[in-house]
Write a new protein. Structure first.
Length: 76
């Protein structure tokens, strides 16, 4: 429990420090652009994976199987 709490505190702090360091090297506007670019790429990947998982679950249901692993994957 304490380890998880420590991670939830440390990871955002490290992320902010990296963004500040990158921003000082390439500029604030470019850093904000990179943040938006990574967000767009992330959302695209999540949608793609979600669609693939949904299609797998539908295929299993058509075959009369329970899509338990797909449901768990979708939750993750």
């Amino acid at each position: 429990m304490r380890f998880a709490l420590l991670l939830f505190i440390l990871i955002p702090v490290i992320e902010l420090l990296v963004m500040i360091k990158v921003g000082s090297q390439i500029g604030a506007l470019a850093t904000v652009g990179l943040v938006f670019l990574t967000a767009i790429v992330g959302v695209t990947l999540i949608r793609k994976q979600g669609l693939e998982t949904s299609l797998k679950a539908q295929e299993k249901m058509r075959r009369g199987e329970l899509p338990a692993s797909e449901v768990a994957e979708g939750l993750c």
